[in-house]
Design a protein around this ligand. Structure first.
Ligand code: G16
Length: 544
């Protein structure tokens, strides 16, 4: 098999964002776009000759095309073996597990996560390293540098691999193993949780709805919830992965899962509702009459993790991204364990997990996970909730209320302004940044006195690296916070994310509507940043 060296020219827009390179499908369809990016990744790595590369994706439109290209490039560049999920499918957490389990060199995860799919939707490619987690910044920076100067890529003239056929094939000299995408992951879940207890929960009449949103978790949820755990057939809905997610938006939040939310708020609804996103790493948790915010879910899972076999000896520490509410901090303080605040992006948890400093991590963006893989994991969060419900034999609502009565409640919301003109958004953040030195000590209204105002800089305690400009944060003496940053995952214009948080003590009023509880902070953020005034928007695109 001859290796072909194909001449190419750089694309100027291949800078990886918060989680890989996400672009419109039409951008990815340009000749050489995938090849350039994948070659730039390989050029930024050392020592992979003869090693194993895992490839999998969320099944979205263009996955099948991009995977065949990636396999040919991997072969031409000297990988010894590619492991790929059947039909090109692997959820992001399953890909992380496969990389770790089979001691692969790394992996390519083909996904644009919760972004819409289809010919007019988004596509994405992310490289994960040998620990199973997203490549750290030193690699993504090197990849970007390489994309700017790349002048050729290597491929082979070989037929497509039959991705529907489990078993071993060859692409050039390289072995290609098509694997069952679910089996290893399902076995991992069974090793972590008390499956007999959860089976007992379902046998007792407990009802659940899991919305796979026609995305990757369908086959996993069918196999685990309905297969291994005995949940009645029909518990999983929208369980068949489709290239355009059935024309839906596979983002498990209260906007795109509104019908499930509404059902859960009725007396006849199921006891528990959950959903996961395009690539299976996010989660939505709703109990009967109780939506659990991702920030609260992190705190609750950390506080109750010891009820699951995998964590019965306790957890070493907790990490959360900076914009995530401080609810988990109170749990860490009570447990006397380490607490870390990192920038947005799961890649920042990798070092802390590898070093054994933390066991559970989470983000406000509907991501929670643990040291079992190096990605956030939607079904893991759902199963840990089920395990806790099975042991505590209480409703989600009762457990949440008890938690607040113990630790206090962090009222929390995020307001997103999507597809804003990038220049306006950039200037807005710059102007707010310029105000920061003058804010500490200032009072706004009766209760809000600024304790600190800065642009978050993270110092990684494990490798000593520094990441600056990770989001503007204004903290108040009562524990309230306003955080503003630009999303690193949007594909059109800029997305402004405004995060608002207010702490209410254990004996305070926990029954307020979240938007009402945060109204003074919402108004103050408009005074300070002027998002509505400067973007011309009257309201956020999405409120979570
Ligand atoms: C990705 C990252 C997360 C991050 C989220 C939102 O999630 O893995 O760490 O919190 O994007 O990032 P941003 O606020 O920059 O848009 P996913 O589920 O999209 O892969």
């Amino acid at each position: 098999m001859t290796i072909q060296t194909i001449k190419t020219t750089p694309f100027a827009d291949q800078k990886p964002g918060t989680s890989g390179l996400r672009k419109r499908v039409s951008v990815y369809q340009q000749p050489n776009y995938v090849e350039n990016y994948v070659q730039a990744i390989f050029d930024s790595l050392e020592g992979f000759a003869g090693q194993t590369l895992v490839i999998g994706g969320d099944g979205r439109f263009y996955n099948d095309v991009a995977i065949q290209k990636a396999i040919r490039l991997a072969s031409a560049n000297g990988f010894g073996r590619v492991m790929v999920g059947q039909n090109g499918l692997l959820s992001t957490p399953a890909a992380s597990h496969v990389i770790r389990h089979y001691k692969a060199f790394g992996g390519l995860v083909l996904s644009a996560s919760h972004n819409p799919g289809g010919p007019d939707g988004d596509f994405g490619i992310k490289y994960n390293v040998g620990n199973g987690g997203p490549a750290p910044e030193k690699i993504t920076d090197a990849v970007f540098a390489r994309t700017k100067v790349i002048d050729s890529y290597k491929t082979i003239d070989a037929p497509d691999v039959a991705l529907d056929r489990i078993g071993t094939q060859k692409s050039g000299d390289m072995v290609v193993e098509v694997i069952d995408p679910v089996a290893d992951y399902a076995a991992l879940m069974e090793s972590l949780f008390d499956f007999p207890a959860i089976r007992g929960l379902f046998a007792s009449g407990f009802t659940m709805m899991f919305d796979a949103m026609h995305a990757i978790t369908g086959p996993y949820a069918h196999a685990i919830l309905e297969g291994k755990l005995g949940a009645p057939k029909g518990t999983v809905r929208n369980g068949v992965p489709l290239p355009d997610f059935g024309a839906g938006h596979p983002d498990p939040n209260l906007v795109y899962c509104k019908d499930m939310y509404d059902l859960l708020m009725t007396a006849d609804g199921p006891d528990f509702g959950a959903a996961s996103d395009g690539d299976g790493d996010r989660n939505l948790i709703i109990g009967k009459n109780r939506f659990v915010t991702p920030s609260d879910s992190l705190a609750l899972l950390a506080a109750n993790a010891h009820l699951a076999p995998a964590y019965k000896r306790g957890i070493a520490g907790i990490a959360r991204s900076m914009p995530t509410s401080a609810a988990a901090d109170r749990v860490a303080a009570k447990l006397g364990i380490e607490m870390h605040e990192t920038p947005t992006g799961w890649k920042f948890f990798g070092n802390l997990l590898d070093a054994g400093r933390v066991t559970i991590c989470g983000e406000e963006s509907a991501g929670t996970g643990s040291n079992h893989v190096r990605e956030k994991d939607g079904l893991w969060a759902v199963l840990l909730w089920l395990n806790i419900l099975a042991v505590r034999k209480q409703s989600v609502d009762a457990i949440v209320r008890e938690h607040w009565a113990t630790y206090g409640r962090n009222y929390y919301t995020r307001h997103d302004y999507e597809e804003v003109d990038a220049a306006i958004a950039g200037k807005l953040v710059d102007d707010l940044r310029a105000q920061l030195p003058s804010l500490p000590g200032k009072s706004f209204g009766e209760d809000l006195q600024v304790a600190y105002a800065d642009d978050f800089t993270y110092h990684d305690p494990v490798d000593g690296s520094t990441s600056a400009k990770q989001g503007v944060r204004i903290g108040f003496t009562d524990g309230s916070r306003i955080v503003l940053r630009l999303s690193g995952t949007g594909t059109v214009g800029a997305t402004l994310r405004l995060y608002l948080e207010r702490y209410e003590a254990a004996d305070g009023n926990h029954g307020l509507d979240t938007q009402v509880a945060l109204e003074p902070l919402i108004a103050l953020s408009e005074t300070l940043a002027g998002i509505k005034q400067r973007t011309g928007r009257t309201e956020p695109s999405v409120i979570t």
